[in-house]
Design a binder for this molecule. Sequence first.
Ligand SMILES: [Zn+2]
Length: 337
Amino acid sequence: MLDKINALGAEASNEIKSAGDSKALDDLRIRYLGRKGLVTELLGQIATLPPEEKPRLGKELNALKANIDGALKERQAELARSPVMLKDFADLTLPGFRPPAGSRHPLTKTIDDICSIFLGMGFKIVEGPEIETEFYNFEALNIALDHPSRDAFDTFYIKNQYMLRSHTSPVQVRFMETEKPPFKIIVPGKVYRPDAVDASHSFMFHQIEGLVAGDDVTFADLKGALSVFIKNYFGEDAKVRFRPHYFPFTEPSAEVDVSCFICGGKGCSVCGKKGWLEILGCGMVHPNVFKAVKYNPEKVTGFAFGMGVERIAMLKYGINDMRLFFENDMRFLEQFR
Ligand SMILES: [Zn+2]
C-alpha cells in the first residue's frame, strides 16, 4: 500500500508539472482527487486494512492528497504568470481600425470662439460656482426684493438661501470682492431657470458675461468693445444698433442688435421681418453694484454685458430648435466637425 501511495505521488507530480493549461489541470484534479479519482479510491481501501496499519497509511494518504492539491494550485499560478502571445489569438495581418474622432460640441465651440475674441482685447476668463446665495445672485446686483425674477417660479431654490444661479453675474461680484480695478473679465458658464423645455427655452443654458472696471471707463468704451466683438464674430459687414433698455444692475442700459446676416437687413423669417437680431444686453455698472463690493462709485466706473450662448449659436449656425444641443444626436453633432 505504501509503495502504491509513493508511486501515485510521483506520477501525479510529473503530470502536473507538464500540464500546459488550466483545462489539463482540471482534468488532473478529477483524475486524482475527483469522487472516483485514484487517491479517493485508495482512501476507500483503508477500511480493508489491518487495524494497526490504518492510522499510518491514512495519514500518508491525506498528505498525498494535500500535496497533489498544492501542486495543482502552484502550477495554475505559474501558468497565469506566463506571457500570453498575441499571435495565439489575434490575426496580426488584419488591417487596424480607427476609433471615431470626436469634436467640440457646438456650444463649446461657440463659447471658445466668443472668449477668444475677448481674450484678444485683453480680457481674462473667470469662472464661479453654479450654486449661489441670494446675496450674490440678487442683492449685490441691485435686484430688489420685489423684483419679479426673485419669485420662486423663476429660480431653482435649493434651501437655506441657496439656489442654482439664474445668471452668471454673481461671478462679477465674487471677483470684485477680491480684486481691485482696473480689470477686464469675461465669465462663461451654465445658468438655471425653471422654464419648460421647448424650441427656445431650457431649464439649463449658457451665458457669457463681461465686466470692465477702471478709473475712466465710459459708454464709448462699451460701444467700442462690443462693436469689435460683433464684427469679429458675425463679419465685417455686420451693423450694430444700441437700443435703450432697463436692467437693475446697469444704468444706463441697452440692448444690442446686429443686422440680420441671413437676409442682410432686408427682413426674413429669422429676424421676424425686422432686419435686426437681438443678441445681448449691456450697460454701465450701477453705482449700487460697486457699493456692494466696497468700491467707491465716485471713482470707479465700468460696463457690463451678457449674452445667451445658445441664442448666438442658433443664429450663427441657423439652428431652429434649442433642444438639438442637448439630445446628443450624432447626426446633429457631426455637422460641427
Ligand atoms: Zn433677416
